[in-house]
Design a protein around this ligand. Structure first.
Ligand SMILES: [Zn+2]
Length: 122
């Protein structure tokens, strides 16, 4: 029983180490991004991207609407997961026509950044 616990602890340790190394590699890759891309990515991940909903809240602009579809306020979720103007690009890059926060949360940040760049909103 004790050996089994040690074995599973050891296995967990290996998995944790693997995840840590992978996260560090991802971070190093991220740091090689241009300053602009890194800024866009951080904005998307923190939901503080320079999209109309946020810049209106910051009193930088007065129009919350999405300039791509003109249907609803432009938020991070709308741009990445809902905007009908990006439906084909979303399917090609993220694998689905529409996505919710839960779906977006499990996607790799490179894919989110790629869709954001294709949207030409940054
Ligand atoms: Zn839209």
């Amino acid at each position: 029983m004790m050996d089994m616990k040690l074995s599973s602890d050891s296995q967990y340790q290996k998995m944790a180490t693997y995840r840590s190394v992978r996260s560090m590699l991802d971070l190093f890759y991220a740091l090689k991004l241009s300053r602009k891309d890194l800024r866009v990515l951080v904005g998307l991940l923190t939901v503080h991207a320079d999209l109309n909903r946020h810049v209106t809240f910051m009193q930088v602009c007065t129009d919350e609407l999405c300039p791509l579809c003109q249907e609803v306020e432009e938020t991070t979720l709308h741009l990445l997961g809902k905007c009908c103007a990006l439906i084909n690009q979303r399917l090609e890059i993220l694998g689905s026509h529409y996505l919710d926060y839960e779906d977006l949360a499990i996607l790799h940040w490179r894919s989110l950044l790629r869709l954001a760049k294709v949207s030409k909103r940054f």
